[in-house]
Design a protein around this ligand. Sequence first.
Ligand SMILES: C=CC1=C(C)c2cc3[nH]c(cc4nc(cc5[nH]c(cc1n2)c(C)c5CCC(=O)O)C(CCC(=O)O)=C4C)c(C)c3C=C
Ligand SMILES: [Fe+2]
Ligand SMILES: [Fe+2]
Length: 344
Amino acid sequence: MTIAPSYLPAEHPPVKFGKVGVLLVNLGTPDGTDYTSMRRYLREFLTDRRVIEWSPLKWYPILFGIVLNTRPQKVGKAYETIWNKDKNESYLRTYTRNQSDLMGARLKDLPNVRVDWAMRYGTPSIASRINALKDEGCDRIVLFPLYPQYAAATTATVNDKAFQHLLKMRWQPALRTVPDYHDDETYIEALANSVTKHLAGLDWEPEVILASFHGIPLSYSEQGDPYFFQCQKTGHLLREMLGLAKEKFMITFQSRFGPEEWLQPYTDKTVEKLAQDGVKRIAVLNPGFVSDCLETLEEIAEQAAHSFHENGGEKFAHIPCLNDSEDGMRVLEKVVRRELLGWV
Ligand SMILES: C=CC1=C(C)c2cc3[nH]c(cc4nc(cc5[nH]c(cc1n2)c(C)c5CCC(=O)O)C(CCC(=O)O)=C4C)c(C)c3C=C
Ligand SMILES: [Fe+2]
Ligand SMILES: [Fe+2]
């Protein structure tokens, strides 16, 4: 819609309004695997006080003195092993863009809705895509942090970043933030389908299935972050839907960073211990990740598989994330349509 010229001066430029934007936001990813791109990305990520809650007085000497001098090379090499060479980008970027395109197609019955995507760290930034939606005439935006379980380090920092940008706008869009959906039935069903389908394609059956979630420092949880309990509930509902006995299903936490204690049990230690205890066949899924990324493709499908075999395990399967699959899109669409209610 464009403002009718009758109540604007003749020389006023046309103003677009009356549309609704949906902005899908994932964590972020470096633009390349080289030192400079990695350092820029990690710097933005690790100076976020929702991620590292230590005082900058204590953290910055370590970050700028050690971490940003060593980690970019190390993590750059890990990214190289999982880089989407066809598109010259990480899979997290490929899947997030696909999710946005597919969501746009699935919402074709709502002609006033525009769908776009952004990253909390790196590009495209949340600010640039809010501006683009606004320029297209979206005066209402549904902001969807792509995390099924709420954590301050992920969901809240996406919301913070969007509202920080709104601080600078004269004509702000109305912003609706999308809550977590850790116990949504369609989500649990999609996870269960994905496990069943993937295991049906193997010529062996896992003795144990691990649901591995990204960890957070234990202290964040103790200060009231609901993340741990939401992961437990997702895992519990998934186990029930799969009809698995307690001994066949475990919830673990991966991707520890720094010296603090994180949520336990740790995925890497659990995988090692299972193999050492004589378990020969396991499957691992990552229900907390909407899309496959470094943490699932490298840390689990490569490193955890390697460690399982090194310690005596024989068969290891990584069950992919829901990504841009039909089941995965059904979950995202359900959440978006619910949050659009009253606006379309
Ligand atoms: C204290 C540090 C970190 C917290 C807390 C944290 C929480 C957290 N992260 C995700 C999802 C992802 N993290 C990813 C990479 C990643 N995470 C951290 C640190 C913390 N994460 C770092 C330093 C990195 C970069 C890689 C590395 O240096 O090890 C990614 C992958 C991005 C990609 O491009 O592939 C995701 C996704 C969640 C869900 C979460 C808390 C619940
Ligand atoms: Fe992380
Ligand atoms: Fe990691």
